[in-house]
Ligand binder design. Structure first.
Ligand code: ADP
Ligand code: G6P
Length: 462
């Protein structure tokens, strides 16, 4: 049986501190722990010089092989082309994107360097699974080095329609690079269709809906929505419900309803619009003053990218302004916390809230939406308010789906969630739990790996 080799820029912390915040790290860690294998990527360290060879550490059945980046590589590949060009454009924020030719050259160079670092670790029957936008040229770099193993790619973030992708100057090269994979996977069919639209309409290739052909090269394509383990989350949330921090939160509410939001502090997550929706709710419903609070947990991310510094300042100003306007001596409408929580504890915090407000302006999937539902007490569950622009919206029939740009609609959905009768809450929650169980994280992993094995005509990893 073959071995699974996962490649991603972000590798879940090798330390006991638990994984970094971010859907990729959380999802891949849980998926890889079961199959075992190798996880290769960036250590998170940026040094004067890049490492000579990967640092290897084995924990359980997973071997972590990590490399440190040189400062220039970090600036060009991670901070630059990945997070100041691709991330904003793929989230439909070309207004925030910049293009710098040197950064793009650095992005390609680091992909080639990473492939060369991985090569000595590979065995002939390994199956390589590459994750996310940092590594689009990785397969091409591997092939140049003579690596012949099957290589699949999964994009955790949205794929933009051609008119948006055109704004990235090397868009044609990016598509050609993706075509070098045996399989390219997306979170949703909408994302997959956007890729196929580019291949067929913009580049003159062909597709039968399951593969794409361009310039004589064919790759398989598919939609593989990432999931969670809902029952494990439910168990952890329940088990941690009496922890000190969770009790302190409950006590601080004095019977008030809690609306919770948990996101990396990213402009794609719709935090400003959400604060405005909460403000609109308070303006429209004075009866709710002192009776509901919004808890926004938002750990900072990519803080050395300018647009992230700006969104952070905006949120500080807006939470301060709204609290200044509505707070009472014994009530703060918005609690805004820039910190990370231990995973099980976070699940218990989600369980405490009557409403989960997950309203990104654009999101590949959004695992927090799924975690919120899974963490609820099935006999008295909270209600999910969910953006139509999160990949998760396709799979969450029981959510109140909103357009996050429509502040009044979001405010009304929160109010409806706060007043929803118990039987309706139970029925909505049950329908979503059924879906989450049907397409859990193992379904995502196995569907992708099966499709990759088919595409490359090899046996599945053990
Ligand atoms: P993204 O991948 O864009 O960050 P997701 O919602 O898909 O968005 O995934 C975020 C993951 O990070 C979730 O599993 C969530 O529980 C976790 N996370 C987010 N904020 C925190 C936090 N403050 N502390 C711990 N984990 C967090
Ligand atoms: C999203 C991306 C991941 C990334 C994560 C955290 O989930 O899809 O690729 O790892 O955000 O961002 P960071 O830049 O800290 O890795």
């Amino acid at each position: 049986m073959s071995r699974l080799v996962v490649v991603s820029n972000r590798v879940a912390a090798v330390s006991e501190a638990g994984p970094a915040a971010g859907g990729l790290a959380i999802g891949v860690l849980d998926a890889l722990k079961e199959t075992g294998g190798v996880w290769f990527g960036w250590s998170g360290e940026c040094l004067a010089e890049a490492s000579d060879e990967p640092t290897i550490e084995t924990r359980g059945n997973v071997t972590y092989a990590t490399v440190s980046l040189a400062k220039r590589d970090y600036d060009q590949y991670y901070r630059g082309f990945s997070n100041a060009t691709l991330w904003p454009v793929f989230h439909y924020r070309n207004d925030l994107a910049r293009y710098d030719r040197q950064e793009y050259a650095g992005y390609q160079r680091v992909n080639r360097w990473l492939a060369a670092q991985l090569k000595p670790l590979l065995r002939p029957d390994d199956v390589i699974w590459v994750h996310d936008y940092h590594l689009i040229p990785f397969a091409a770099a591997c092939r140049e080095l003579g690596i012949e193993n099957p290589i699949g790619f999964f994009l955790h973030i949205p794929f933009p329609v051609p008119q948006i992708l055109f704004t990235v100057p090397p868009h044609a090269e990016l598509i050609q690079a993706l075509m070098q994979y045996d399989l390219v996977g997306f979170q949703t069919r909408v994302d997959m269709q956007a890729f196929l639209d580019y291949v067929v309409r913009a580049a003159g290739g062909q597709s039968d809906g399951r593969s794409a052909t361009l310039d004589g090269r064919t790759c398989a394509v598919g939609a593989f929505p990432i999931g969670v383990y809902p029952d494990a989350i439910a168990k952890a949330a329940k088990a941690c419900a009496e922890r000190k921090v969770v009790r302190a939160l409950r006590d601080s509410l004095h019977g008030r309803a809690l609306v919770i939001s948990v996101d990396r502090l990213d402009y794609s997550k719709g935090l400003v619009e959400r604060f405005h929706a909460f403000e609109a709710l308070l303006a429209a419903s004075p009866g709710l003053h002192g009776r509901v609070s919004l808890l926004q947990i938002a750990p900072p991310t990519r803080s050395d990218v300018q647009s992230y510094q700006l969104i952070r300042r905006t949120l500080e100003a807006e939470s301060g302004r709204i609290n200044g306007r509505y707070a009472q001596l014994d009530w703060t409408p918005i609690q805004y916390l820039n910190r990370k929580y231990e995973r099980n504890l976070l699940m218990a915090l989600l369980r405490t809230a009557r409403v989960g407000c997950v309203t990104p302006l654009r999101d590949g999937m959004n695992l927090v939406a799924k975690e919120y539902v899974a963490a609820q007490d099935p006999t008295d569950p909270g209600v999910l308010v969910l953006s139509q622009f999160a990949g998760a919206a396709e799979e969450m029939p029981g959510a109140l789906v909103v357009n996050p740009f429509n502040v009044m609609q979001t405010a009304e959905a929160i109010e409806r969630a706060l007043t929803m009768p118990l039987d309706e809450r139970i029925q909505r929650h049950a329908s979503m739990m059924a879906k989450l169980r049907e397409s859990d994280l193992s379904v995502w992993r196995d569907a992708f790996l099966n499709a990759l094995a088919d595409a490359a005509h090899v046996a599945l990893p053990a």
